[in-house]
Design a protein. Structure first.
Length: 107
């Protein structure tokens, strides 16, 4: 029964209730640096880099754009890689990046 009181018969109902972030290919000690399994969130600078790991490991597509498509946003992340790698490697300390990330928590 729907909220308006109407009824309908269906053969199949598919519930899309969400997903759990799982990166089974990563060492658990590495994964716990940026994945909060209880809250099912990830903490990445620019939604790409983990400040405590540095620019040697990047994650593309771990975002939920409010407008536009995931493929478009993922392409933008890839194109921005060179611009973000150098500052992360040279200038951004873990403490400074953590402050920047605290201003923009995951939703």
């Amino acid at each position: 029964m729907f909220t308006d009181g109407t009824r309908a018969d269906y053969d199949v109902i598919v519930l899309c209730t969400g997903y759990r972030i799982d990166l089974p290919f990563l060492d658990p000690a590495l994964k716990q640096r940026f994945v909060d399994e209880e809250a099912n969130t990830i903490r990445l600078y620019k939604n790409v880099f983990c400040p405590t790991i540095g620019p040697s490991l990047a994650f593309i597509g771990f975002l939920q754009p409010t407008s536009g498509g995931l493929l478009t946003m993922s392409e933008m992340q890839v194109r921005g890689q060179p611009r973000y790698r150098a500052p992360l490697a040279a200038a951004l300390t873990h403490r400074r990046t953590a402050r920047l990330m605290a201003c923009n928590p995951p939703s």
